[in-house]
Design a protein around this ligand. Structure first.
Ligand SMILES: NC(=O)c1ccc[n+]([C@@H]2O[C@H](COP(=O)([O-])OP(=O)(O)OC[C@H]3O[C@@H](n4cnc5c(N)ncnc54)[C@H](O)[C@@H]3O)[C@@H](O)[C@H]2O)c1
Length: 274
């Protein structure tokens, strides 16, 4: 998609971090925005920020992406308000920092519901609306974790690998409708995702807060990621790696598919020996 002028972009998880940065970047490109999140206050904050940088139409939609019926109803509401839907960002995501066996069934449902079903619902229910356009694009937020299984992130890695796989399939299946599909694979981006995980998980709080501190200190600003995504959608790229750690993880996995997991094993062994 070469021009975003007056295109309508739907962004889930638009209340914070990467979603908010994507909203700002695509607003600057001339898009109308339909912002989706479960957090009403955060959603409003993004809408207020956008109102300062664009005069294009902005709508807010309080919606849980894991709620099938809500997601089914969402595209019609957005089309009614904006007249069309051209870009879909399935971006809302959460994590929980626990070993696989520490996860409760509710923990598994929580991560799978948002990171996997949320993306599937988005692709599935928005597709008929995207197909009405001469050209459209789906952008799914995966992760470096989509390339690599990592300790304490079993469900997160599982969902992100699934999002990568789904995106590859859709890219082929939808090309003849002029619908591009891109998956985003960020490394460490400075957002609230780990602080939210520490608040929710009820376990491994100290480690999660420590990781969140590192993310806040060394993570890449989400605005840089958003600029890369604008370029990637213009060029219809299949995947976007963002950050040194994302490139490094991807290449090390290709070059040393088994050995790359040894440092994880060593670090994980040390952490449980404490
Ligand atoms: N921050 C990173 O380092 C990083 C790295 C790789 C991938 N990602 C991915 O980027 C995406 C965005 O995460 P972020 O880092 O900006 O985190 P964030 O916590 O800052 O933002 C996530 C947003 O999603 C919203 N959300 C949570 N559950 C929802 C639901 N059920 N329905 C609708 N909205 C919901 C939250 O309210 C929040 O506004 C996620 O998919 C995440 O997995 C992040």
């Amino acid at each position: 998609m070469k021009s975003f002028h007056n295109k309508v972009a739907v962004i889930t998880g638009a209340g914070s971090g990467i979603g908010r940065a994507l909203a700002c970047a695509f607003a600057e490109q001339g898009c109308q925005l339909a912002l989706v999140d479960v957090n009403a206050a955060a959603l409003q904050e993004t809408a207020d920020t956008l109102a300062r940088i664009t005069d294009k139409r902005i709508s807010t939609h309080l919606c849980d992406v894991a709620d099938r019926e809500a997601m089914k109803a969402l595209p019609a509401t957005i089309e009614q308000q904006h007249g069309a839907i051209h870009l879909l960002f399935n971006n809302a995501g959460v994590t929980i920092n626990k070993t696989f066996e520490q996860n409760t069934e509710a923990d598994i449902d929580f991560v799978m519901g948002i990171n996997l079903w949320g993306v599937l619902y988005g692709c599935y229910y928005f597709l008929p609306y995207l197909k009405k356009q001469d050209e459209a694009h789906i952008i799914n937020t995966s992760s470096l974790a989509g390339y690599l299984g990592m300790p304490n992130q079993s469900t997160y890695c599982l969902t992100k690998a699934a999002v990568k796989s789904l995106s590859e399939t859709l890219r082929v299946e939808l090309a003849h409708y002029q619908i591009g599909v891109t998956s985003i694979h960020p490394g460490t981006i400075r957002t609230n995702i780990l602080r939210s995980a520490a608040g929710k998980s009820g376990s491994n709080m100290a480690t999660t807060n420590k990781l969140a501190g590192l993310m806040e200190r060394y993570g890449m600003p989400p605005e840089k990621l958003a600029k890369k995504v604008v370029h990637a959608v213009q060029k219809n790229k299949m995947q976007v790696r963002v950050g040194f750690d994302s490139y490094l993880g991807d290449w090390l996995k290709r070059l040393f598919p088994s050995a790359i997991h040894r440092p994880f094993q060593w670090g994980f062994g040390k952490s449980i020996a404490k």
